[in-house]
Design a binder for this molecule. Structure first.
Ligand code: TLP
Length: 347
């Protein structure tokens, strides 16, 4: 049975070009700085994002944590959106490992109101923790891959500069944001001090993320990576895939965005899902189950039996993620499977 996996873009398999590149990658010990392929990937990533330097890290979670460790001191507070990946899905590493207190703020579609950020920045007071960092997420995962507009990012940056605070971007899917905005990714990165982005999601590498920033930030970050156990040795076999991700997997992201819009409107047609096709800007579709006799967990099990893997987030909420291993035909096939597992009494 062919599987159509809509659970996440983390499930993408390496391309055949990646397998070839892995087999012939020139490698060395990257903890000594001796891996030429990792060095090439880091230079390429820094150049693409328009920053001085880059660091290859094993995962997005580690990249965000390293950024937080590097920007802040224990006991400080960071401002972040309350549905952000760092706050919701990173096992509280901020508190446990970085010793940083979080100050979550609600932000529809990932956008915390600028006035709310401003109000959350701590004034001098003997009782208060010090604000050490502002973090934003683009695209915003839980909000359905929504995109932060460049003007919004400029305002966050302006406020942060005026208060002498760094801004970190969780840009796990920043290339999806750039494609959706029709802009060079540099125009997003220029508004923040550091960006973490993932090679292992829509860009199809098997493993790895990148942290970029200025040279002194990346030098400190390298030490934090070592502390967390993320210093890899002959990592060139992985970095070889990352180079292909950056050089040839970005332009095709627009296909995933088109397929996501198609999926959102077709889901609506089934009569059992509520989606907002016009709000789908990138590769993630959030859907609410609109059927009194269905439960998202049960439905996802039935779909899995028929080869369609989906992510049920609660009894009524689904997330579907499009990526290079799901074609337009697969989207149509998935919809027909959904129609076939509908119960007789479904709408
Ligand atoms: N997101 C994963 C899960 O952890 C939820 C997914 O399937 O979407 N930032 C953002 C915005 C992310 O979406 C993710 C992964 C990460 C960071 C962490 O990346 P990894 O999985 O490489 O640690």
């Amino acid at each position: 049975m062919a599987i159509i996996d809509l659970r996440s873009d983390t499930v993408t398999k390496p391309t055949s070009e990646m397998y070839v590149a892995m087999a012939s990658a020139e490698v060395g010990d990257d903890v000594y700085g001796d891996d030429p392929t990792v060095n090439r990937l880091e230079s390429l990533a820094a150049e693409k994002l328009g920053k001085e330097a880059a660091l290859f890290v094993p995962s997005g979670t580690m990249g965000n944590l390293i950024a937080i460790l590097t920007h802040t001191k224990p006991g400080q507070e960071m401002i972040l959106e309350e549905k952000s990946h760092i706050f919701q899905y990173e096992v509280g590493g901020v508190a446990r490992v970085a010793g940083v207190q979080t100050r979550p703020i609600n932000g529809p579609r990932g956008q915390m109101a600028i006035e709310c950020i401003e109000e959350a920045i701590r004034p001098q007071n003997i009782h208060f923790p010090e604000t050490g960092l502002i973090a934003i997420e683009n695209t915003h995962n839980i909000s359905g891959g929504s995109v932060l507009p460049l003007e919004y990012m400029r305002k966050v940056s302006e406020l942060a500069k005026s208060r002498n605070l760094p801004v970190h971007l969780d840009g796990a899917r920043v290339f999806n944001a750039a494609v959706a905005l029709g802009t060079d990714v540099k125009n997003i990165a220029k508004h923040v001090d550091s960006v973490m982005f993932c090679l292992s999601k829509g860009l199809a590498s098997p493993v790895g993320s990148i942290l970029v920033g200025n040279r002194s930030f990346i030098n400190k970050a390298r030490k934090h990576r070592k502390m967390l156990g993320g210093g890899l040795r002959q990592a060139g076999v992985l970095a070889a895939c990352g180079i292909i991700s950056l050089e040839s997997m970005v332009d095709r992201l627009k296909e995933d965005h088109e397929n996501a819009r198609l999926l959102a409107s077709e889901l609506l047609e089934t009569g059992i899902f509520i989606t907002q096709p016009e709000a789908v800007k990138t590769n993630i579709v959030n859907a609410v189950l609109d059927c009194p006799s269905c439960n998202a967990f049960e439905l996802s099990e039935k779909l899995a039996e028929r080869g369609v893997l989906v992510g049920a987030r609660s009894k009524r909420h689904f997330r579907f993620v499009l990526h290079k291993d799901v074609t337009r035909d697969n989207v149509i096939e998935a919809i027909s499977v959904m129609n076939s597992v509908k119960k007789k009494n479904c709408p």
